[in-house]
Design a protein around this ligand. Structure first.
Ligand SMILES: *Cc1c(COP(=O)(O)O)cnc(C)c1O
Length: 370
């Protein structure tokens, strides 16, 4: 069976091998006589699925022993509240860097629970060429040395802005401030030095698996700072002490995530993924840069390898572009409504053949309409 190429931003493409294995195991998981959806979350079958998923994730990201891996719910949007409720502590001071639509949302939500300082922002409110197009120079960030944490969005899924280097907190005069990062849309796309962060979180539906699962990786000294108002089910300490089983976890989503972790390991791990993702994104950006028919707004140094927003110079052709793409089996290329234009999301599970197909179409469409 051939499937079209799916460029959705999320929920997004999954490896075909993973979907086929899930299909084969749908009615009877490994001789248990049950679908994973039908199992008790506390039974030995599901416990083994959860343990294996955690173990494989720890291996892929080389998660140090003093970090907990939590399988939660509510997505990254819920974490926008859960993070300050857990980490703001008595001081209640939290710092954020604004680099795009998602960090802007994080800031707005944090203001409900803490004293927020925006340490740096790239927002150009009246921009004609994209509101968020670069990462503010780190040497200019104003981080409060007594903030409870500094929050970043590692990859701005909507705007296509990605960090490729993490800030040196000592150099910012904030050596004691833990770094918190939303990695929803680029987790597992490349290796990551977990020990540089206090907390890493992300929704699963971009680069890991189905919606409904939120991954949190948190340093264990940060587990006990939660505000009284924090719901028990969202307290990192409670979730950690209960092995992500304080409430019923999203069992099927965890199972699929576990299959994706196995797929990543079988395909060379995160170093190999990074090479693939570099090759894919170069191919696409080169094609877009080669002509004035298409435009991009984001500065080269922080162009996302995962989410590539682009625009037709003649926007009256947008609808025709999308119809033609669909006819060729190139799906979900429409840009986010707040940005317009097009967006190609090329997560781990998108093979380079899919990017070649898109690039071929870009050239052909230009030839027909230039
Ligand atoms: C998709 C996304 C979110 C929102 O995730 P939900 O699962 O809808 O809560 C937040 N941050 C980033 C970077 C995202 O890509």
């Amino acid at each position: 069976m051939t499937r079209p190429w799916n460029f959705a931003a999320g929920p997004a493409v999954l490896p075909a091998e993973v979907l086929m294995q899930a299909a084969a195991e749908m009615l009877d998981w490994q001789g248990s006589g049950m679908s994973v959806m039908e199992m008790s979350h506390r039974g030995k079958e599901f416990m083994s699925i959860l343990d294996q998923a955690e173990c494989d994730l720890r291996e892929l990201l080389a998660v140090p022993a003093n970090y907990k891996v939590l399988f939660m719910q509510g997505g990254a949007i819920a974490e926008n509240a859960i993070v300050p409720l857990n980490l703001a502590g008595k001081r209640g001071k939290v710092d954020y860097v604004e680099t795009g639509s998602w960090s802007t949302k994080s800031i707005a939500e944090a203001r409900r629970f803490a004293d927020v300082n925006v340490a740096a922002s790239n927002l150009v409110a009246d921009a004609k060429q994209g509101k968020y197009t670069y990462i503010p120079s780190v040497s200019e960030w104003q981080v409060r040395p007594d903030a409870a944490y500094l929050h970043l969005c590692g990859n701005e899924t909507i705007d296509g802005v990605e960090y490729f280097a993490w800030p040196d907190m000592d150099a910012l005069g904030a050596g004691d401030v833990p770094l918190v990062v939303d990695v929803s849309s680029h987790i597992l796309s490349r290796p990551m030095e977990v020990s540089r962060f206090g907390l890493i979180y992300g929704g699963a539906q971009k680069n890991i698996g189905p919606a409904g699962l939120t991954l949190v990786i948190v340093r264990d000294d940060l587990l006990d700072q939660s505000q009284d108002a924090c719901p028990t089910a969202f307290r990192y300490r409670t979730v950690a002490d209960n092995g992500s089983m304080f409430n019923t976890p999203p069992t099927y989503a965890i199972y699929i995530a576990g299959l994706v972790f196995k797929w990543l390991k079988a395909n060379g791990g995160l170093a190999a993924m990074e090479q693939r993702n570099i090759a894919k994104s170069h191919l696409l950006y080169e094609a877009l840069d080669a002509t004035g028919f298409y435009r991009t707004h984001v500065e080269r140094a922080c162009r996302s390898r995962m989410n590539v927003p682009f625009f037709l110079a003649d926007e009256s052709l947008n609808e025709r572009f999308l119809v033609g793409a669909k006819e060729r089996g190139l799906l979900q290329l429409k840009g986010h409504k707040s940005v317009g234009g097009m967006r190609a999301s090329i997560y781990n599970a998108m093979p380079i053949e899919g990017v070649h197909a898109l690039v071929d179409y870009l050239r052909e469409f230009e030839k027909q309409h230039a």
